[in-house]
Design a protein around this ligand. Structure first.
Ligand SMILES: NC(=O)c1ccc[n+]([C@@H]2O[C@H](COP(=O)([O-])OP(=O)(O)OC[C@H]3O[C@@H](n4cnc5c(N)ncnc54)[C@H](OP(=O)(O)O)[C@@H]3O)[C@@H](O)[C@H]2O)c1
Length: 251
């Protein structure tokens, strides 16, 4: 198997950490980025293969250049880019502030655009690249109280589809994975919010989220990593938003 230079955003915990682990177990070099330096360093030391931890805030427009420059300096061009970092906001439409809206678009849409724009030229030059964005089932349907998050995730799926069409003859593929509720710290925070806002117990809140998946449970981070690995392996999957939600969105 060819060893690839991989970069995973939001790799300190949750889905991104599982993806970094999987890519490393498959024999790749994996660079990890997120804001929390301690969490990132800990995640990097757990990887079986070569790892680089590169703390950065995706809100910073210079973050893509700094992170890519560091990987290129140590290993050469990034060949596999997984844009996983994201932020979740929840509020009724009329209580959604400008700040909520801008934050969701900044981290879930603008930052992936900037990373993708920085990644593509060296990938095209080498005739190989794999870009996978972790979107959400919120890229495919609208649920109440998540208008900013849903708009940002619909937007990033549009970015993926357009980039895939543009790059189709270059050896670079661009795909999205669209999970339902995944068992991660982000979902733990969602459970805390439900508990705070509704007075339901944590167990009741968790059961409600489990029930959103027809399979009756949360998705595991490993199940998301499986699909990322498939997108990396398979050159014919391009421009897709692959839903991993136990069957709620049938597309
Ligand atoms: N959990 C779910 O149910 C679910 C479902 C569908 C889609 N998703 C999507 O999957 C992705 C990962 O979710 P998760 O559940 O693993 O979330 P998580 O547990 O909250 O982890 C998010 C990761 O992103 C990083 N991150 C957040 N804001 C950042 C910023 N401004 N700059 C750099 N890194 C940042 C976090 O690190 P720092 O805080 O240290 O920066 C962390 O490593 C997100 O895009 C999310 O929207 C999640």
């Amino acid at each position: 198997m060819t060893t690839r230079n991989c970069l995973v955003t939001g790799a300190g915990r949750g889905i991104g950490r599982a993806i970094a682990q999987r890519l490393s177990e498959s024999g790749n070099r994996v660079a990890l980025t997120a804001r929390s330096a301690g969490e990132l360093a800990e995640a990097a030391t757990q990887l079986p293969g070569p790892a680089l931890d590169l703390p950065a805030d995706l809100a910073d427009p210079q973050a893509p250049n700094r992170v890519f420059d560091a990987v290129e300096r140590d290993w050469g061009p990034v060949e596999v880019l997984v844009l996983n970092a994201g932020t979740a906001t929840s509020a009724p439409l009329t209580a959604t502030t400008d700040e909520d809206w801008e934050r969701a678009l900044q981290i879930n849409l603008t930052a992936p655009f900037r990373f993708l724009r920085r990644a593509v030229p060296p990938m095209v030059e080498r005739g190989f690249g794999r870009i996978v964005v972790i979107a959400s089932m919120a890229a495919k349907r609208g649920d109440p109280y998540v208008s900013a998050y849903t708009a940002s995730k619909h937007g990033v799926l549009g970015l993926v589809r357009s980039a895939a069409a543009e790059l189709a003859r270059t050896g670079v593929t661009v795909n999205a994975v669209c999970p339902g509720f995944v068992d991660t710290p982000m979902t733990e925070r969602t459970i805390d919010n439900i508990t705070a806002k509704t007075g339901r117990s944590a167990q009741q809140a968790r059961s409600a989220l489990e029930g959103k998946q027809p399979i009756g449970r949360l998705i595991s981070p490993d199940e998301v990593a499986d699909v990322v690995e498939l997108c990396v392996r398979n050159a014919a999957i391009n421009g897709q938003g692959i839903t991993v939600d136990g069957g709620a969105v049938q597309s």
